[in-house]
Design a protein around this ligand. Structure first.
Ligand code: NAP
Ligand code: COA
Length: 261
């Protein structure tokens, strides 16, 4: 099957890690790519790297918690390039903290960045997306289903985003806009896992919890996002695609040895 290459791609939180790899992927396909994140330095570095690879790239320094700043960024991107074909939204914050030790502001901060930030991005994108034909992917996590300890803020925020995904799939479907989530498990070489698995023993514990017994490569996630945004998935909307080596199947993998012993 042939699939049309998107013309304009916007990646919110697209200046490092998994999301930057998404931006690089679409840049390599010849798309115009816009990225947004808080740090002007990270935005400049990402735009330069994308431009060096031959792409048309623009960047916006904005905090997804600032609805007006996000709206301004989308307005400028749409003014420069017209409607957005692919929107990937993955700005996020994470740290490990047991619920009993997490301050209300700590909980609120992650919910604000991840969940409220996603809403702000979706709200700003509305009216600036290709209709019909736009595809949106929200980057969530295995935590949206798995109640991982030390992650109550992330567990709640990512579950909320998946419900945003489903709601918008219903509300925006009639406009020909598809909305899905990708829920990665542990991805190697990322800031997220530097925070959640800082020691060799914690990397081992995470690996043991994954039925496929490895961390994802960034490309595993990029390929899933690419598929969801392609014509190959033209009838797929409102779904959460786990890219987690089976992690969200919970303790079932660990029980296997007990059953066969
Ligand atoms: P990362 O490198 O830290 O990427 C986060 C991006 O979001 C950066 O570009 C960051 O740039 C931006 N960002 C953070 N807070 C922001 C804010 N308030 N406003 C605007 N931009 C903001 O992290 P990553 O590990 O690659 O994670 C990327 C995504 O994958 C996240 O949604 C994460 O939850 C998800 N995920 C990751 C893993 C993993 O194993 N790493 C697993 C499951 C899900 P600035 O600092 O410049 O703002
Ligand atoms: N443990 C417990 N609480 C923590 C914490 C930790 N490791 N890190 C931050 N907090 C709390 C702070 O104490 C503060 O609460 P308080 O005012 O009650 O003390 C609250 O969270 C906000 O912290 P602050 O540093 O002001 O937030 P920020 O908006 O500047 O930064 C973070 C947001 C905390 C999520 C920061 O880690 C960040 O910018 N992360 C982006 C990168 C990232 O997380 N990448 C991985 C994505 S999966």
């Amino acid at each position: 099957m042939t699939t049309a290459v998107p013309r304009v791609v916007f990646v919110a939180g697209g200046t490092s890690g998994i999301n930057f790899a998404v931006a690089q992927h679409y840049a390599a396909l010849g798309c115009r790519v816009a990225v947004l994140s808080r740090s002007q330095d990270k935005v400049d570095a990402a735009v330069h790297a994308l431009a060096d690879s031959g792409a048309d790239a623009i960047g916006f320094a904005a905090d997804v918690r600032d609805a007006q700043a996000v709206d301004d960024a989308f307005a400028r991107a749409a003014q420069a390039w017209g409607p957005i074909d692919v929107l990937v939204s993955g700005a996020a914050g994470n740290f490990a903290a047991p619920a009993s030790e997490l301050s209300p502001r700590g909980f609120e901060t992650v919910v604000d960045i991840d969940l409220v930030g996603t809403f702000n991005v979706m709200r700003a994108a509305w009216g600036r997306l290709s209709t019909p034909g736009a595809a949106i992917v929200n980057v969530t996590a295995a935590q949206s289903w798995l109640p991982i300890p030390g992650q109550i803020h992330v567990n709640a925020a990512k579950a909320g985003i998946d419900q945003v995904t489903r709601t918008l799939a219903v509300e925006w479907g009639p406009n020909g806009i598809r909305v899905n989530s990708v829920a990665p498990g542990p991805v190697s070489g990322t800031e997220g896992m530097r925070r959640l698995a800082p020691t060799e023993s914690s990397v081992k514990a995470w690996t043991q919890a994954v039925p496929l017994r490895r961390f994802a490569e960034t490309d595993d996630v990029v390929r899933a996002i690419d598929w969801l945004c392609s014509d190959a998935a033209s009838y797929v909307t409102g779904q959460v695609l786990s890219v987690d080596g089976g992690l969200a199947l919970g303790g079932a993998g660990a029980i296997a040895s007990a059953i066969t012993a």
